[in-house]
Design a binder for this molecule. Structure first.
Ligand code: GH3
Ligand code: MG
Ligand code: MG
Ligand code: MG
Length: 297
């Protein structure tokens, strides 16, 4: 993992230099000399920690902290106030605004280093847990919970503008037989390879491929109509075909195949996300019924 990034905010360059000297060896350090600039740099540099002066011309550190915590994209960044204000009242105010720590100037280099190190460590742990909570451990794709949450927010968003949404579900054919023939570890490797093929097939940044469970995958395609989804489904089949994973026990092919179901419609505010899953699943079932290794929708 690369160095963590620290944003130092202080209107006094001498203070920035002192703190930079303490931190520059272990961290990527960036700076801001005013409150507005701090908010700008926080957005662009996405620091892991912000050292925030309180008294500055323009908006002060308390106001910067308030605005950071009010912005969902910035609220997770830990803030340590570094200030000449030593009153209990000031410290309480800073902590009440959501700062994780409060350090009075002049700072003790060793103490600043230790506090920064602890908070950066915690931030990284928190980031790792947040990623784990939305990721499927075997494949690295999004997990089912993340898929369902994204589907709720996407149907609400697209419903307001009446835009298209497609959801693709796919399921590996005769997979129980694959495990029986080649063993469970080989089954796991097969699931990982199919997941990677799915990842290669969906190309837009807003598309969301996920492992829905077992040997079943789903994919959310915002702004994609039925014809577009059909093309993506064909690309998924092509990518999985070119894996050439032998499957002796399959009744449809000597290689691994998948059955696919597609649900496509314009979003409406009254249609919840689960309706897309239900329809894609119904179409997937049709593909199974019609002989597997095909697309329905
Ligand atoms: P169909 O063509 O109708 O989909 O047949 P199938 O055998 O694939 O369907 P079924 O749902 O009956 O079996 C799915 C199998 O997938 C059952 C289970 O042993 C296997 N499976 C589910 N999750 C995992 C996993 O994480 N790893 C491995 N190796 N196997 C899994
Ligand atoms: Mg100041
Ligand atoms: Mg299944
Ligand atoms: Mg199956």
């Amino acid at each position: 993992m690369g160095k963590a990034t620290i944003l130092i905010v202080d209107d006094d360059i001498a203070n920035i230099e002192i703190m930079n000297a303490v931190l520059e060896e272990d961290y990527e350090v960036c700076f801001a000399t005013s409150g507005w600039q701090a908010l700008d740099v926080a957005r662009t540099a996405q620091p892991d920690l912000i050292l925030l002066d309180v008294l500055m011309p323009g908006i002060d550190g308390f106001e910067v902290c308030r605005q950071l915590k009010a912005d969902p994209l910035l609220a997770d960044m830990p803030v340590i106030f570094t200030t000449g204000l030593g009153d209990t009242e000031d410290e309480m105010r800073g902590l009440a605004l959501g700062a994780i720590d409060y350090v009075t100037k002049p700072v003790q280099p060793a103490i600043l280093r230790a506090r920064v190190s602890n908070h950066v460590e915690l931030k990284r742990l928190r980031d790792r847990l947040a990623t784990m909570a939305v990721t499927d451990a075997l494949t690295g794709l999004s997990n089912r919970r993340h898929l369902e949450r994204s589907l709720e927010s996407e149907t609400a968003r697209l419903g307001r503008i009446g835009d298209w949404l497609s959801v693709i579900m796919l399921d590996i054919d005769f997979f129980k037989q694959f495990n029986d023939t080649y063993g469970h570890p080989a089954g796991d490797r097969c699931i990982m390879m199919v997941a990677a093929a799915l990842g290669r097939a969906v190309k837009r940044a807003t598309d969301l491929p996920a492992r829905y469970g077992g040997e079943e995958f789903a994919c959310i395609l915002p702004g994609t109509d039925a014809a577009g989804a059909e093309l993506v489904a064909q690309e998924i089949r092509l990518q999985i075909q070119s894996l050439n994973i032998p499957h002796e026990g399959s009744q449809v092919s000597p290689y691994i195949t998948v059955s696919i179901g597609i649900a496509s419609a314009r979003c409406r505010p009254d249609l919840p996300g689960e309706r897309w899953i239900a329809e894609a699943d119904r179409q997937l079932y049709r593909s199974k019924q019609r002989g597997r290794d095909r697309i329905s929708g």
